[in-house]
Design a binder for this molecule. Structure first.
Ligand SMILES: [Zn+2]
Length: 298
C-alpha cells in the first residue's frame, strides 16, 4: 500500500460535498514541475517557488473558468524577481521566473525559503480571460510570498465566502519527488468549523506531498483531506501538463512586423534570427534564406 509510484501521471480532480458546504479541486503536478525545472534550469528554491505557483495556477483555472485562461503574476521584493504563470481549465499550464538560479538557505522550519525568495512585500496580479470581452485583472498585496497564502488572499478578497489553498513541492537531490495541491472553496452553506475540520485533517494525516509520496491516488488523498465530508467527484480525473503555446510559426509571424532593413541586416550579419520563448525556454532559429524571403515579402 505504501509503494511509491513515481511514474504516476499528473492529474486534477474536482469535487463537491453532498451537504453543499464546499467545492474542492485537487491536483498532482510532480511531472510538470519537474519539466519546468529542467526547461528553465531552476535552482532548488526557484523550483519550490515556481512549482507552487504552477500548481496554484492549475488549481485556480477550473475553479474560475470554463474556457480561456488565468494568469498569475507574482511581483514581490525578493531575489527571484517576477514570476509569471498562465493556466487553462483544460489542464495546461506554463510559467517562468525572472531569476531562476537564485538559491537561498533553508528557513528555520527546514523548508525551502519561498517567502524570502519571492518577497514578503509586493503584489499578486490575477488576470482572468474568459475568451469573452476584455480580460479582468485583480491585484492583492502578497500575504507572505509563500504562494498558497497569497492565492488564498486573492480568493478571499474577490470571493467573500472564503477558501483554503495548499500547494507543495517535495524536492530532494534526486529531483522533484512529489508536487501537488488542494483548493477548497467554501459555499454559502458552510459553517465556522468547516475550514477547521479540513485543517485538522491535514495536521492529522500529513501534508499533501506526504500523502502523495505514500503512493496514494488522487481520490484517496481527497478522501483523507476531506475526511468528515461526504464528497463526490464532479468529473473523471483530468490529465494536466506543462504546455506552451509558442511555435516556430509564431516566432516567424513576430519577425514579419520588423522592417525589411532589419531582417536583411540580421540575415547578413548574424546569418540567422534567434528567439527564445520566455515561458518555456524553447529556442527558435530562423535561417538566413527564410529571413531574406521575409524581407522580400514586405
Ligand atoms: Zn514557449
Amino acid at each position: 500500500m505504501a509503494s511509491k509510484e513515481k511514474t504516476q501521471k499528473d492529474g486534477l480532480l474536482r469535487a463537491i460535498s453532498t451537504d453543499g458546504t464546499i467545492r474542492a479541486v485537487i491536483a498532482t503536478t510532480t511531472n510538470l514541475v519537474s519539466e519546468a525545472r529542467e526547461r528553465h534550469e531552476l535552482s532548488f528554491t526557484a523550483t519550490a517557488a515556481l512549482g507552487r505557483a504552477l500548481t496554484a495556477g492549475v488549481l485556480l483555472a477550473p475553479m474560475l473558468l470554463r474556457d480561456g485562461q488565468v494568469a498569475l503574476k507574482f511581483h514581490g521584493n525578493g531575489p527571484l524577481g517576477r514570476m509569471m504563470i498562465d493556466a487553462s481549465p483544460r489542464g495546461t499550464v506554463r510559467g517562468y521566473v525572472e531569476h531562476p538560479k537564485v538559491e537561498l538557505p533553508l528557513n528555520s522550519l527546514g523548508n525551502f525559503d519561498v517567502g524570502s525568495a519571492v518577497g514578503r512585500r509586493g503584489y499578486l496580479h490575477v488576470t482572468i480571460d474568459s475568451g469573452f470581452g476584455a480580460p479582468h485583472t485583480s491585484t492583492v498585496e502578497l500575504a507572505s510570498g509563500e504562494i498558497g497564502e497569497d492565492v488564498n488572499r486573492y480568493l478571499v478578497t474577490s470571493d467573500q465566502t472564503g477558501s483554503l489553498v495548499v500547494v507543495g513541492v517535495h524536492l530532494t537531490s534526486r529531483g522533484v519527488e512529489a508536487a501537488g495541491g488542494l483548493l477548497v472553496q467554501l459555499l454559502p452553506d458552510h459553517t465556522e468549523e468547516t475550514i477547521c475540520k479540513i485543517e485538522n485533517n491535514i495536521t492529522t494525516f500529513g501534508t499533501f506531498t506526504f500523502l502523495m509520496r505514500r503512493g496514494m491516488s488522487l481520490e484517496n488523498i481527497l478522501q483523507r483531506i476531506l475526511a468528515g465530508f461526504e464528497v463526490r467527484p464532479l468529473a473523471d480525473v483530468m490529465p494536466i501538463r506543462f504546455h506552451c503555446k509558442c511555435s516556430e510559426d509564431r516566432f516567424v509571424e513576430a519577425l514579419k512586423v520588423l522592417p525589411a532593413g532589419e531582417l536583411l541586416s540580421m540575415a547578413e550579419e548574424d546569418g540567422q534570427a534567434e528567439g527564445r520563448c520566455q515561458f518555456c525556454n524553447e529556442l527558435y532559429l530562423v535561417k538566413k534564406e527564410r529571413l531574406l524571403d521575409l524581407a522580400k515579402g514586405q
